[in-house]
Write a protein of this length. Structure first.
Length: 160
């Protein structure tokens, strides 16, 4: 069973969304590092690598299913005004990733595309932790205006 045009375009969109998250987190890491938030920057670099891995998983899946696609350029990251803005954007990106993965699963279920269902379910399950980590990051950076003590707290909580 070939991948439908609808699922193909949803998966290409997923590739773009994961790639954008990777670039955004890497960019936020640079901006926060410049403020002296080294542990927070390290955490975001680590998250960025995870998103690159997700984009690659989607690209491989498209390949394995024989999809005839070209991959889109990655949308540039926006500048953030500080750690809280960065954390809010991380949480909103994660929620958007979860919603898009959910749309893929629902479309795959309605088409009876079991391969895509099985491919996307572990990615959705991973979003439980991804969203939790993003909420914890936002809670920590929202708790104080002292960016260096916030950074220490991030180092403790994420062990990085
Ligand atoms: Fe991801
Ligand atoms: Fe993520």
């Amino acid at each position: 069973m070939a991948l439908s045009a609808k699922l193909t375009s949803l998966l290409v969109l997923q590739y773009a969304t994961e790639s954008h998250a990777a670039v955004a987190y890497r960019s936020f890491a640079m901006q926060l590092r410049a403020l002296g938030m080294h542990a927070t920057a390290k955490h975001l670099r680590h998250e960025s690598k995870g998103e690159r891995g997700h984009a690659e998983l989607v690209a491989s899946y498209l390949e394995h299913r024989g999809a005839d696609v070209t991959l889109p350029a990655t949308e540039a990251a926006q500048r953030v005004s500080g750690p809280k803005d960065a954390a809010e954007r991380v949480l909103s990106l994660e929620e958007s990733v979860t919603a898009k993965l959910g749309a893929i699963l629902m479309a795959a279920q309605s088409e009876g595309d079991v391969l895509t269902c099985e491919f996307v379910r572990p990615m959705i399950a991973e979003q439980i932790e991804e969203e939790d980590v993003a909420r914890l990051l936002l809670a920590i950076v929202s708790a104080s205006d002292d960016i260096l003590s916030v950074d220490q707290e991030i180092a403790i909580k994420f062990g990085e």
